[in-house]
Design a protein around this ligand. Structure first.
Ligand SMILES: Cc1cc2nc3c(=O)[nH]c(=O)nc-3n(C[C@H](O)[C@H](O)[C@H](O)COP(=O)(O)O)c2cc1C
Ligand SMILES: Nc1ncnc2c1ncn2[C@@H]1O[C@H](COP(=O)(O)OP(=O)(O)O)[C@@H](O)[C@H]1O
Length: 362
């Protein structure tokens, strides 16, 4: 997948493309359907599939201080989008200036002049342009003027609830990581670097890797969770920041499935390989302030089962599969240790059964 940052990075001679636009935080099941449809239509017409997204979250620019909790860090989001078969990801640095672009200006400058859209795929509730004045009807009218088609995909729901990033953030904030996983299509992941804690864990018999995640990462409610853990996770994300941009060169003459196969051979392109960072270990994870020790700082710490190594400074990813319980305050250590033993046994039971929840965590 080609990765562009800013409209200026789009190659001058870029031909026609099928484009979808969105923040796509979480790349949840609704996003997957829209992006999947974009890729399908691109293959049918033999042109590349382009995803346009924004960084930082537009809400932060329009209302400073209102950054929503982040479900997927930028590098992870790009990897997940690449995994859906997208040919190019264009990240627009969302600035106050950009936010002032009118709906018509956005369509003309971005979709027509830069990406040469032949077709634009969006969710039926899509809004765009200054003050979100543009909607699907306006997009269709502008499409007739400028010569691109518009397809609005119905929103994906589970039961009565439409899947949305906001809904998933609220599930995670409430600790319901099981329901979040159902809406995401995989467990919610926190990723970052292992930092030092109070050096108390190993004395209790349970050393815990303390995670420093991104500034706005969506941390589940205080409690204890069964999780899958990836150590040495490859995504080179700086906490709260952007990611490494790889420029790949490809022949652009044929973007059909056949063209891709002859370019790439079977399987994913090398740059996308391992993108999902396989979480192959089990972890019993504590989120909270360690009330037994009157801690103040809210921490995410993972006891990794069947593991013994120094991993300070390494990147890890934690995939939250199931909530086990709330945080408790103990008046002495033996009952805390007994409880952690029980948490570990439950984690093992939940995650080692064949075909268990979150097994294909990716
Ligand atoms: C599975 C698990 C469950 C935990 N549950 C609690 C708890 O209920 N109450 C509490 O005060 N601390 C709990 N802890 C956190 C320990 O207090 C913490 O890991 C310990 O203080 C080590 O901290 P350190 O990494 O800073 O050395 C739990 C830790 C783990 C791994
Ligand atoms: N099974 C394990 N799970 C998590 N961390 C482990 C494990 N085995 C060894 N470690 C190492 O021990 C460190 C945690 O030990 P701990 O006493 O809890 O110290 P700290 O308070 O600095 O987190 C981890 O950061 C990691 O480097």
């Amino acid at each position: 997948m080609l990765r562009w940052r800013g409209l200026d990075s789009v190659p001058g001679g870029w031909g026609r493309s099928v484009v979808t636009i969105g923040v796509f935080d979480g790349v949840h099941r609704g996003h997957q359907q829209i992006i999947g449809h974009t890729v399908k239509r691109a293959r049918e017409t033999g042109v590349p599939a382009v995803v346009m997204t924004f960084d930082p979250h537009p809400a932060e620019v329009v209302r400073p201080g209102s950054h929503p909790a982040v479900l997927t860090e930028p590098g992870r989001k790009a990897d997940l989008i690449a995994g859906l078969g997208v040919d190019a990801l264009c990240v627009i640095p969302f600035t106050l200036d950009f936010s002032k672009l009118s709906a018509e200006g956005f369509v003309h400058d971005v979709l027509v002049d830069t990406l040469h859209a032949s077709l634009v795929v969006v969710g039926e509730n899509f809004r765009f342009g200054h003050k979100a004045a543009g909607d699907v009807d306006l997009l269709r009218r502008l499409g007739r003027t400028f010569g691109f088609g518009v397809e609005a995909a119905p929103l994906v729901s589970g039961g009565d609830t439409v899947f949305s990033s906001t809904y998933i953030r609220s599930l995670i904030a409430a600790g319901d990581v099981g329901a979040a996983a159902a809406a995401l299509g995989r467990p919610h992941r926190l990723e970052g670097v292992v930092v030092r804690g109070d050096q108390r864990g190993r004395q209790l018999g349970f050393p815990t890797a303390n995670l420093m995640s991104g500034q706005y990462a969506a941390v589940p409610a205080d409690g204890v969770y069964a999780a899958r853990v990836a150590i040495g996770h490859p995504t080179p994300t700086r906490p709260g920041a952007g990611f490494a941009w790889t420029e790949e060169r490809r022949e652009r003459s044929d973007w059909s499935d056949e063209g891709r196969r002859s370019r790439e051979g079977p399987g994913p392109a090398p740059a996308d390989a391992g993108a999902s960072g396989s979480a192959d270990r089990m972890g019993a994870v504590s989120v909270g302030t360690n009330p037994t020790f009157s801690g103040r700082e809210r921490r995410v710490e993972a006891f990794i089962l069947d593991f013994d190594a120094d991993i300070y400074g390494e990147r890890i990813a934690i995939d939250f599969v199931e909530r086990l319980r709330e945080q408790r305050t103990y008046t002495s250590l033996p009952p805390l240790v007994e409880q952690i033993n029980d948490d570990v046994a439950r984690t093992r039971g939940l995650l080692s059964e064949p075909g268990t929840v979150g097994e294909s965590a990716g």
